[in-house]
Design a protein around this ligand. Sequence first.
Ligand SMILES: *[C@@H]1O[C@H](CO)[C@@H](O)[C@H](O)[C@H]1NC(C)=O
Ligand SMILES: *[C@@H]1O[C@H](CO)[C@@H](O)[C@H](O)[C@H]1NC(C)=O
Length: 547
Amino acid sequence: MALLAIFLSLLVPAVISVAFLPKTLCLLAELVGHRLRRSSSTRRQLLLDRVATETKNFETEHKQKSREDDDWENIAPSPVGSAVNGGTAGADWKGIVGFFHPFCNAGGGGERVLWAAIRATQKRWPDAVCVVYTGDHDAHKDVILKRVKDRFNIHLHPPTVHFLYLTTRNWVLASTWPRFTLLGQSLGSIVLAYDAFSLLVPDIFIDTMGYAFALALSSSFFPDVPTGAYVHYPTISTDMLDSLQAGGQGVNAGTGEGYRGVAKKKYWQLFAKLYSKVGSTIDVVMTNSTWTQSHIQSLWGSYRQQRSQLVNKDITVVFPPVAVEDVTEAVEVSEASEKKRGPYLLYIAQFRPEKNHQLILEAFASFIHSNPKLKAYPDQVPKLILIGSVRGSHDDAKRVYKLRLLAHELKIDDNTEFLCDAPWPLMLEWMASASVGVNGMWNEHFGIGVVEYQAAGLISVVNDSGGPKLDIVVEVEGKPTGFHATTAKEYADGFYKALTLSPQETLAMRHRARKSAERFTDRGFSEKWLTNMEKLVALQVDRAKKR
Ligand SMILES: *[C@@H]1O[C@H](CO)[C@@H](O)[C@H](O)[C@H]1NC(C)=O
Ligand SMILES: *[C@@H]1O[C@H](CO)[C@@H](O)[C@H](O)[C@H]1NC(C)=O
């Protein structure tokens, strides 16, 4: 413990000095940066040579090959090929964009964002080079690119994407820092970033995993290199800080009491302050949702406003891409397709307690027992279809059993259907034949399922909280795309309202819902990503001129 305390007392000034350097330290940092740039310049040249060779090989190879399996060029030309807003960022920019993503082969939602971002960047600036700093040593470029294709159906242009392998990734693992994890991992990310810069100094540096401290290190070493952050989740949130207060909620509730509690509170407050300082050094900040944006805004916002060097002080929301097109291609929304839809409510969610299936069953029961007159569906019985996976989970299976019992008690067995582990085609069938999409979870950060409802033209009835409220079921052209509810009664009312709209309004709302879902397509993501990328390129061009 004593050792740790000493260690920590050394770490804190080190981290602080990165966050806001006094003049002399600034110069020192720039000197280090200068050295790093010089020592990695050979590698930079080698990389550019390799890009040139691979480009040439790729072109000859693809001239010979039949056009059919040329998946790179078969991608429909994107509408974002030309300069947005007539910015100074011409298509001929040819710098190196460094993506800091130490776990790039993980295959999760965060990686989907990384690959979609690289693809958009490649299309907009064909001569630019994207390098990914990763710790996945075992994964060779071909293996990674193949996986990206198989897993996400994203086809990258091989010659202009490259990987640089970091050797110090264990510095950012939580297991390396059993205590003071927040500070430890942040310090670890500084070490990792140093590792990255000793391999290659990019022209633009972007973090897509939440390592804000790595970006701060970049701007202290290389003030002319613009930095960007795509934040999925704040490293420390205002909720966490509040939770320490007596009467707070969550795992840390009330632990703010006593000697240890006070120390913990001080530590978190110090960390939050550091994190906020660091956040104010980043040139362009994007977040994946309104929820994350408001948290980041409350931490970084005022510091960013104060910093006069920052050109882009605002924090923009860039929604990650969801496979909306898979649904829109399979499900029709038109006057003709209205005949195929019945008074069916669809709830797609894992059978987990937080999804609140119970309340939805209760709400549906009170809707049914109110004997609603549904003019649009004279001979059809309303139904609630619950689709979810229980794969391998005994607890989930037990919950389904209990929910069935509840449906029986509520006397709605004939109106409810449970579909466990339904395959995708069956889900699509229900999306095409149902009328309403339901979500019962409180404060869901996002809700991919709700986006899918909208893509299928379903009218949503969702909890009045979290992502479904803030980001998804919002107005389009000033008119609603669904209904928000809190209590069982409000849900029942929502079901009634959704099923008794006039035929014209029903169809209009379905079209608006689909339009709303477009914001979450690959194209929607690319456009917003490039708007932000253009700011970075413009900054790079501008600063290079001044150098
Ligand atoms: C943003 O990222 C967090 C953390 O990965 C995730 O929980 C959340 O669902 C994401 N939001 C969106 C809109 O994808
Ligand atoms: C919906 O959200 C509200 C807060 O907005 C919460 O009080 C309520 O319990 C939630 N309902 C469900 C069904 O989760």
